[in-house]
Each structure stands twice: as structure tokens, then as C-alpha cells.
Design a protein around this ligand. Structure first.
Ligand code: BGC
Length: 420
């Protein structure tokens, strides 16, 4: 007799359930434009921490880490480059059947035009290890980290540099593509551009609207070229992007609030997607927060915030999915979604509301193919360093040990029941 309460939601049998990582954040031992920048900036990031982060809800708990320059250096990260097989077993333990990861360009092409056979072999084994476990790979080509030589040439600021990225992508598909279907060309173009070229908080730490615009449009070009190349190689490839997407909405009925929200939504989503929509087989959605406007100002409810101070409204993922589908008529995958939550206070609540939101979107007809949680393991959170904890598994950075969080075990139970 089954005494379990029925679940309030159902998902298609073939739905992909998974977790995501990116190379620089988990692999360890990467040598790229980010690792160089970390070493140069660790001390100043530690010095700025008090005035940048003291307002965060967990400040007293993270203070010692945040003030320590070592927090800002990725170094061995989570050693995923060595222990990936073990990490894939951890995915299986949670009943997950997809994994999103990125290929580290600086490993494949450490100097211009020279491919590293060992790195290629590594990623071949890596993908084979996923295939062996029946885990669907979702392979990202650019997730914020770049080879030093490419960054020195001006990176994506120069239109003529786009060809280097296309050449890398072609090599990757040629060598590693046989057992991969889902390709993400670029992770979060707006985040990369705004952090690196407007706010100046990430490498190359520039504050220039003109340079930002160049990078932005060149990323769109890069996507289009890689998608064309991939489709020319094989129709098997389903080429998408991981788009940071928030729900921008008005807090009241005033016309200014509504106009601000509509414009913000358009700038945040449609400016870029409009440029690449012909070369998109699916849209990846990275959802972490939404933005509420009163007049021309953003003012979020902040009833619940995560460890990074981000307003948490998991249920608004529904509106994001519905809008993107109505506007672009493409299948969707949630390619990132999660919380910085070191005490695992909110993750289960977040996941419950997220699943309910996806269920509602599916019911309204959105072709949602999967959900990928950020992240499988705690990892290196860019300019914040190691202290933010996004993992389904907690990582002990001294021993490297992974321990499943309670919320992850709960998530695994729900997924296994959904598959019953
Ligand atoms: C990025 C990840 C990052 C996560 C949490 C996304 O912006 O793609 O690299 O760790 O959000 O901040």
C-alpha cells in the first residue's frame, strides 16, 4: 500500500533533471585570464570586503573568510578536474540525468593555434564517463573564462577575434561532439559584459560603455557563427544559449512603473535574443531573481534574501518561462537556478516553489525540457571567492570531501518519485 502523499506536480517522463558547474569554478588548476586577475586582485578584494559585504545577512559567519585574500583565489577549486568520476556518481545518487559543464578553452588551446592533446583526451574521457552513466551532457563553450592569449588580443572587444572562438568551437565539436547534443555557446552575455566592461568588477575590469557595446554585439556574432558552423557539421546539435533572465515587473499601476519594467525587460532579454533568435534551437534560462519597479527605480520586496543579499522569489520563474516561450516559440531548459545558502535554510523551499512554477508553465503549454540546478557542488563564486555556497553538495575545501545537503537528499527523493 502506498501511503505517500501524492506530489502536487508532475513532469513529463523524459524531463531532464540535473545540476550545473563551470570549468573555472570547479576544476582547479586553471590558468586563464581569471586566474591571473585573481592573483593580482586578491588582496584588494579582501580589503574591500568589509565595506562591500558587511550588510549581508551572513556577514558575521563569513567575515573571516571574506577578509582573507586566499578566499579570492580559485587555486585547486574543488579538484573536479581530478575527481569528476566521483562527482558524476554524486549526480547519480541524486537521481539526476543531465549535467551542464563547460570546456575550458585555455586548456584546449593554451597558446594561440596549438591544441593540447592531453586536455582533449581528458574531456573525451569526461564525456564518456557521463555517457556511461546515462547522463545527458549539456556542454558550454564560453563560461566567463578565456585563454590569456585571447584576452591579450582584446578578447571579444575585437570583431576579428570572433574567428578564434569559432575555430575553438569547431575543434571541440570535431573532437568531443559525437556524444553530445545540447550545446550552450555563451553563458550569460549581459553578466559578462556588465561585470567586465561596465561595472569593472571582473576582468578586464573596464568601465566603458563603448567597449561594453562592442563585446556585447560580438558575443551575438560569435553565437550566430558557432551555431551555423555546428548545424553545418550535424543536425544532431541543439544549439542554445544560457540567458540570465529575470522577471521585470511593476510594483504598482503607475504608468511609469509599468513602462520602466517593460523597457528593462526588453533591454535585459530581447536586445540580445533578438539578434540570435534565428540561430537558436532552444533557450537556456538562468534564473536567480526578479526585479520590481516603482517609477523608474528598482525596489525589491526583500522579504527573503539569500546569503548574497539577492531577493528570492522562485515562483516568478513561471513568468520568465512563459514570456520567453510566447515571444520566441522555442523549447526551453532552465540551465541554472539556485541559492547561495550556506546553512541550507532556504534551498528546499526554493526548490519546492521552483518546481511548482515549472509545473504551472508546463501546464500553460511551455515546452520546458529540463531543469539544471546551480550547482552540483559548492564552488568558486567569481569575485566573491569561495564563501558563497551554492552546492547541492557541501565541499570541505581542506579535505575536498563532498557531503550532500539535506535539501539535496529531499530533492533526490522527489525526483525519484516523479519518475515512478
Ligand atoms: C553564473 C555562475 C554563477 C551563478 C551564481 C551565474 O551568473 O553563470 O557562474 O556562479 O550565476 O552567481
Amino acid at each position: 500500500m502506498n501511503q505517500k502523499k501524492p506530489l502536487p506536480f508532475q513532469f513529463p517522463k523524459k524531463f531532464l533533471w540535473g545540476a550545473a558547474t563551470s570549468a573555472h569554478q570547479v576544476e582547479g588548476g586553471t590558468h586563464n585570464q581569471w586566474s591571473v586577475w585573481e592573483l593580482e586582485n586578491a588582496k584588494s578584494l579582501a580589503k574591500q570586503a568589509e565595506y562591500r559585504q558587511a550588510e549581508l545577512p551572513v556577514w558575521s559567519e563569513i567575515k573571516a573568510e571574506a577578509l582573507n585574500p586566499r578566499n579570492y583565489i580559485s587555486a585547486n577549486a574543488t579538484a573536479h578536474y581530478e575527481v569528476y568520476e566521483h562527482d558524476f556518481d554524486l549526480l547519480k545518487k541524486l537521481h539526476l540525468n543531465t549535467f551542464r559543464f563547460s570546456i575550458e578553452w585555455s586548456r584546449i588551446e593554451p597558446t594561440e593555434g596549438a591544441w593540447d592533446p592531453e586536455a582533449i583526451t581528458h574531456y573525451k574521457r569526461y564525456i564518456a564517463a557521463l555517457n556511461a552513466r546515462q547522463i545527458e551532457p549539456i556542454m558550454t563553450l564560453f563560461h566567463f573564462s578565456l585563454p590569456i592569449w585571447f584576452a591579450e588580443k582584446g578578447g571579444f572587444e575585437k570583431r576579428k577575434n570572433v574567428r578564434y572562438f569559432v575555430r575553438f568551437a569547431e575543434k571541440v565539436l570535431h573532437e568531443l561532439g559525437t556524444h553530445v547534443r545540447y550545446i550552450v555557446t555563451i553563458n550569460e552575455p549581459e553578466v559578462y559584459v556588465s561585470q567586465g566592461y561596465l561595472l569593472g568588477t571582473w576582468p578586464p575590469a573596464v568601465q566603458s560603455k563603448k567597449r561594453a557595446a562592442k563585446v556585447y554585439w560580438n558575443l551575438a556574432r560569435a553565437h550566430n557563427k558557432v551555431a551555423k558552423m555546428a548545424h553545418g557539421m550535424s543536425r544532431r546539435y541543439k544549439v542554445g544559449i544560457a540567458k540570465n533572465s529575470a522577471h521585470h515587473y511593476a510594483g504598482d499601476d503607475a504608468w511609469l512603473s509599468r513602462a520602466t519594467a517593460a523597457i528593462a525587460q526588453w533591454v535585459a532579454d530581447d536586445l540580445f535574443l533578438g539578434r540570435i533568435k534565428k540561430q537558436l534551437d532552444w533557450i537556456g534560462v538562468n534564473y536567480y531573481f526578479s526585479c520590481r519597479y516603482y517609477g523608474y527605480r528598482m525596489h525589491n520586496p526583500n522579504e527573503k534574501v539569500n546569503d548574497l543579499g539577492w531577493d528570492m522569489q522562485p515562483e516568478r520563474l513561471q513568468q520568465v518561462l512563459e514570456r520567453l516561450f510566447v515571444k520566441y516559440n522555442k523549447p526551453l531548459i532552465v540551465t541554472e537556478n539556485g541559492v547561495a545558502d550556506r546553512n541550507d535554510e532556504y534551498r528546499q523551499w526554493w526548490l519546492t516553489h521552483t518546481m511548482a512554477a515549472m509545473h504551472r508553465a508546463l501546464q500553460s503549454g511551455v515546452p520546458l525540457l529540463g531543469y539544471v540546478h546551480w550547482s552540483l557542488v559548492d564552488n568558486f563564486e567569481w569575485a566573491y571567492g569561495r564563501w558563497p555556497r551554492f552546492g547541492l553538495y557541501e565541499v570541505d575545501y581542506t579535505s575536498g570531501k563532498r557531503t550532500a545537503r539535506k535539501s539535496a537528499l529531499w530533492f533526490a527523493r522527489v525526483i525519484s518519485r516523479l519518475k515512478d
